[in-house]
Design a protein around this ligand. Structure first.
Ligand code: XIL
Length: 321
């Protein structure tokens, strides 16, 4: 039968993944086997999950996700090392000086990248460093260390995992605007330090219609491709790393048709760009999507419905591949 990842491999691309939270849902595991060759741990590797207090590493949940991927022959898009969110207050409000915060960063990257060396196909080294206007987000990383925190993080990731492809990851890069230019600037910055960056992840938390919390429906294919080229032409890989395409709920047949076309367009944009190595969707079923919890009144963003039936979006996505 149909398989998203097999279609992707037939087109010479590397991966088709899903975000994963291990839970008691056998339907999910059947779908993964059929349609995906990569997983991104949805929360298990984040700082709050893995180092809740300084030097106290809690790897049980992350280890379970890594073991699941290994048992099923799946790639792992490891997520993530340095981010402002899901970051414990001992880091964000610790009042560390520059040298100490760099040490905190190194201890964390050493522990994570070191532990999962060989298991991670890719690492999101830095997540969401940019504001919508392309300036740097005023996170504890930026306000304490300055923009050098980006090349420092990538240098440390490369030091402790020589194997994984190292990615910068952010959202709303898909529109080819000032934020996309900010990502291009980050690629250049890291390279100017003589440090390795292998790719840029475009999260692709998109919508199929105007919603209160989106910059508008997903752009047309030309814009999507241009947005990829803004960083890919600097000599890095690109990927869609967290695709979901939300709408104002409830869904109607008409809205699901627009969503189907949007999924097709997004996939087609990746396939049209040589350096787009893969795509990951942010979860399987609408049942567990993060969207309704964070954007009330919006949802129905995934390609399987709450009962694990394929939505029209499945066929659209497959057609785009
Ligand atoms: C989300 C998860 O899906 C939720 O379960 C969690 O409560 C919050 O984080 N950008 C990212 C992801 O890089 O890590 C986020 O995942 C979604 C936005």
């Amino acid at each position: 039968g149909d398989s998203l990842y097999k279609a992707m491999r037939q087109r010479g691309r590397n991966f088709l993944g899903t975000a994963l939270t291990l839970r008691n849902e056998t339907a999910e595991y059947k779908i993964i086997k059929q349609d995906f060759n990569s997983i991104t741990p949805e929360n298990a590797q984040k700082w709050e999950s893995t180092e809740p207090s300084r030097g106290n590493f809690t790897f049980a949940d992350a280890d379970r996700h890594v073991a699941f991927a290994k048992q099923n022959g799946l790639q792992i898009h490891c997520h993530n090392l340095v981010w402002h969110s899901q970051l414990p207050t001992w880091v964000s409000e610790g009042g560390f000086d520059n040298a100490t915060l760099i040490q905190v960063m190194e201890d964390h990257i050493k522990a994570l990248a070191g532990r999962y060396k060989g298991a991670c196909t890719r690492w999101d080294v830095v997540n969401e460093a940019l504001n919508e206007d392309g300036t740097y987000r005023e996170s504890v990383w930026y306000t304490t260390i300055g923009e050098a925190y980006l090349p420092i993080a990538f240098k440390l990731a490369a030091k402790y995992d020589t194997h994984a492809k190292l990615f910068y990851n952010d959202y709303n890069l898909e529109y080819n605007n000032v934020k996309t230019a900010g990502a291009q600037r980050i690629v250049k910055l890291i390279k100017s330090y003589g440090v390795r960056i292998d790719g840029v992840g475009y999260q692709a938390h998109l919508s199929s219609e105007i919603t209160p919390t989106s910059p508008g429906p997903a752009p047309n294919q030309t814009v999507l491709e241009q947005a990829f080229h803004a960083t890919a032409d600097e000599g890095v890989d690109v990927a869609y790393t967290e695709i979901d395409i939300r709408m104002n709920t409830p869904a109607t047949p008409e809205k699901l048709e627009v969503q189907k076309q949007t999924y097709e367009r997004v996939a087609a944009a990746c396939l049209a760009v040589k350096r787009c190595v893969g795509m990951t969707v942010w979860g399987i079923s609408d049942k567990y999507s993060w969207i309704p919890g964070v954007f009330p009144g919006e949802g129905a963003a995934n390609i399987w419905d709450e009962n694990y039936n394929k939505k029209p979006a499945y066929k659209g996505f497959l057609r785009g591949i």
